[in-house]
Design a binder for this molecule. Structure first.
Ligand code: SAH
Length: 396
């Protein structure tokens, strides 16, 4: 049996079911495990604490798969984890709000490095770690077996995290039939076309579904600026809620082309829509110089900080766009601002927004706080799983 023995006093987090073992916590490794192989994890006193997947290239050297000391995880165990994770989403199939949601949310669903998203029968996976890669065939077979109406499993393991694990990017069909070029998914009153082969992440920002609905409540009659629009997201929901106009801004021409296509498909849309291919940092300055103002502004930027080290630069970026957006907001207007950087805590994000408001010489009240939806749950023992947070602010 291959084994990892922890340093004295470094077993606290595993004992408390945190899924990560960092290299510095390890005293010895026995049996020369291969990347992704399952190892027993033991305390310095020789107690077995559970089992995890070995990642020799990563600072996170072991990711826990089981805290049951007696049974080494096997195919049936991993299949069971996938089945349980899918079963926890049962309500999504019946509530009729959407047919696109996350099925497996990595560590927070007990499957480190494994993400699986459902798009109207098409399942898209991201396997980010050596352990996830090791269990690929079992995971794919389990998804085909347990996901209702599953027509295929498509691989989008072209994520940066794989490089830190010494893994090459991997994409393509893993099981079932080739998915359509664009998959149509429903979200509340609208639908989106999703490009699962080339779109961001697994194709769509499923994690913002609740926030898009929350922001839509402020859209009736509003002139809206949808910054970092991607394929239309917040703006399309605002159209359905009766926004007077929506200006989408994104740096990606492909994303905007799909945003336009998505907009054209909403038949009840009386909203005037504009699609601007530009850098948001520059476009906000341009609008400031032109004296243009809005009733509703969304700032949903990409991840500015990957690590704690990048946080300083990220903080400046967040402050910059929030300050600029606040100045473009009409009195009484609403700003919905988000951060999906894991390293940016909720407290720090509040502080950055407060500083931006101070510099903009504006006062705001918090109407709502948002976070990633319930299909992206956060395990109580894994607070790192909370990455997406948002504030819906009204100027007063
Ligand atoms: N709000 C979207 C998701 C936004 S993802 C939704 O609900 O679906 C972030 C988007 O920001 C991506 O589409 C990316 O192309 C865009 N982006 C990244 N940097 C940018 C920049 N500097 N200026 C404009 N767009 C940018």
């Amino acid at each position: 049996m291959k084994k990892v023995i922890l340093n004295p006093k470094r077993d606290y987090s595993v004992v408390h079911h945190h899924p990560w073992v960092f290299s510095g916590a390890i005293r010895a490794v026995e049996g020369d495990p291969a990347p992704g192989e399952t190892v027993a994890v033991e305390s310095a006193r020789g107690e077995r604490l559970g089992w995890g997947s070995w990642s020799p290239a990563s600072q996170i050297r072991v990711r826990m798969l089981s805290f049951d000391s007696d049974h080494e995880p096997d195919d049936a165990y991993v299949e069971g984890l996938v089945a349980a994770s899918v079963a926890r989403r049962a309500a999504f199939w019946v509530d009729g709000v959407t047919n696109a949601f996350r099925l497996v949310n990595a560590e927070s669903d007990g499957l480190p490095g494994v993400v699986a998203d459902y798009y109207a029968g098409t399942v898209v996976v991201q396997l980010a770690t050596a352990g996830a890669e090791r269990w690929k065939d079992v995971i794919v077979a389990a998804l085909m077996k347990y996901v209702p109406d599953c027509t295929c499993v498509y691989n989008r393991s072209d994520v940066d995290a794989r490089a830190r694990e010494g893994l090459e990017p991997a994409t393509g069909l893993l099981a079932g039939a080739e998915p359509p070029e664009l998959v149509e998914v429903k979200e509340g009153p609208v639908s989106f076309l999703v490009d699962v082969r080339k779109g961001h992440k697994t194709g769509f920002y499923l994690d913002q579904r609740d926030a898009r609905a929350a922001v839509a409540a402020y859209a009736p009659t509003a002139e809206m600026l949808n910054c970092f629009s991607y394929t239309g997201g917040f703006g399309l929901m605002a159209c359905a809620s009766g926004a007077a106009s929506v200006t989408h801004v994104d740096a990606s021409a492909e994303a905007l082309a799909l945003a336009r296509k998505n907009t054209e498909r909403i038949h009840f849309c009386g909203t005037k829509c504009e699609f601007v291919e530009a850098d948001v940092f520059k476009q906000l300055r341009l609008y400031r110089d032109q004296g243009r103002t809005f009733d509703l502004i969304v700032l949903d930027p990409p991840k500015f900080a990957d690590t704690k080290a990048g946080l300083m630069r990220a903080t400046r970026g967040y402050k910059d766009i929030n300050l600029l957006a606040m100045k473009l907001l009409r009195p009484g207007g609403v700003l919905a601002t988000f951060s999906c950087s894991g390293a940016m805590t909720t407290d720090l994000f509040d502080k950055v927004c407060a500083e931006a408001a101070f510099d903009a010489k504006r006062d705001f009240q918090v109407l709502a706080r948002t976070r990633q939806g319930a299909d992206h749950p956060v395990s109580l023992t894994f607070p790192e799983g909370l990455y997406l947070k948002g504030l819906i602010l009204r100027s007063f």
